[in-house]
Design a protein around this ligand. Structure first.
Ligand code: CUA
Length: 323
């Protein structure tokens, strides 16, 4: 980490460069306008100052071209900024489909992270250079915010829902990691470091140390343990291949089965009922930790063979076919 004086943090991700250009442009435009207005005020104050006690100003003619100018030029400038920043915003909020997923849970006052290999860490984030990484984040208590200045990413982490941010690290090294939302007494201590490693070093790192089960494996175990397997594929919809695809609900709505939908369906199964199935599923609110929900979702994403039996039984369900 370079602790020498600098006006902005290092640029160590694919998002940092474009962000920096936009930010500098905004600063320069603001500076030009501020100085221009200040200079005009000073000049006019002197040029048109009151010279005698009885002076009265006189209108000197029609200067409508001035009004057109100061309307049209800012309009064009603002439209350029709008389009430019919208393009960046869209880019920042759309992780590439092949991004590596790291799970993040915020709590007072630490960040708990888990890698696809199963390795967990606290207040540190190790990432490979040049590989897109998506952070799938939630909080188990209050609102936190996951902030890596060198990557120019900052995103609120909210209890009860998922938020995400993504980046591709572009520079080896160590960077600051902060919580950027006041979350209680030790908020200022809630942070650590981000370590960008070569992909080879990352592989070694991720496969060593205190390894937990891989998320899909833990999810598969929970899926059996909580009895999910006894309904899904029979009187409940099969989960085979649903991830990322539209599902039709009983009220005709179409919902994409993404992480948020799966999470909601585990915790509040009656919020959205898949068409053709009875609302039988109990809520698992309070029974599963955020990490376990992540694991279940990882498992559902990884299912590539139909759960037995498949296809689902005739509908509507009659009492005889219930086990
Ligand atoms: Cu968590 Cu501030």
């Amino acid at each position: 980490m370079n602790d020498a004086f600098r006006l902005s943090p290092e640029s160590a991700s694919n998002l940092a460069g474009p962000f920096e250009h936009l930010f500098i442009t905004l600063c320069v435009i603001t500076l030009i306008i501020t100085l221009g207005i200040a200079a005009t005020i000073v000049y006019y104050s002197v040029r048109y100052r009151r010279r005698h006690p009885g002076d009265i100003g006189v209108a000197t003619g029609d200067h409508r071209w001035m009004e057109y100018t100061w309307t049209v030029i800012p309009l064009v400038v603002f439209l350029i900024i709008f389009v430019w920043s919208t393009v960046q915003y869209v880019n920042m909020s759309r992780p590439p489909a092949n991004a590596m997923i790291i799970q993040v849970v915020g709590k007072q006052w630490m960040w708990k992270l888990q890698h696809p290999s199963g390795r967990k860490e606290i207040d540190e984030l190790h990432v490979p250079l040049g590989i897109p990484v998506k952070l799938q984040m939630t909080s188990q208590d209050v609102i936190h915010s996951f902030y890596i200045p060198a990557f120019r990413i900052k995103q609120d982490v909210v209890p009860g829902r998922y938020s995400e941010e993504w980046f591709t690290a572009t520079k080896l090294g160590e960077y600051h990691l902060f919580c950027a939302e006041y979350c209680g007494t030790s908020h200022a201590l809630m942070g650590g470091r981000v370590v960008v490693m070569t992909p080879g070093d990352y592989q070694k790192w991720a496969a060593s140390g205190p390894l937990d089960e891989r998320p899909e494996a833990a999810g598969a175990r929970l899926f059996a343990q909580y009895g999910c397997i006894s309904c899904h594929g029979q009187q409940a919809p099969s989960l085979y291949g649903i991830f990322g695809h539209e599902q039709v609900m009983d009220d005709g709505r179409r919902v994409v089965a993404d992480e948020a939908y799966l999470r909601e369906s585990i915790l509040s199964p009656r919020a959205k009922i898949v068409a053709g199935f009875p609302p039988l599923m109990p809520s698992y609110q309070g029974q599963l930790s955020e990490e376990q929900i992540f694991d279940l979702i990882a498992y559902i994403k990884s299912i590539d063979t139909p759960l037995p039996p498949f296809p689902p039984p005739p509908r509507p369900l009659s009492p005889e076919v219930r086990p």
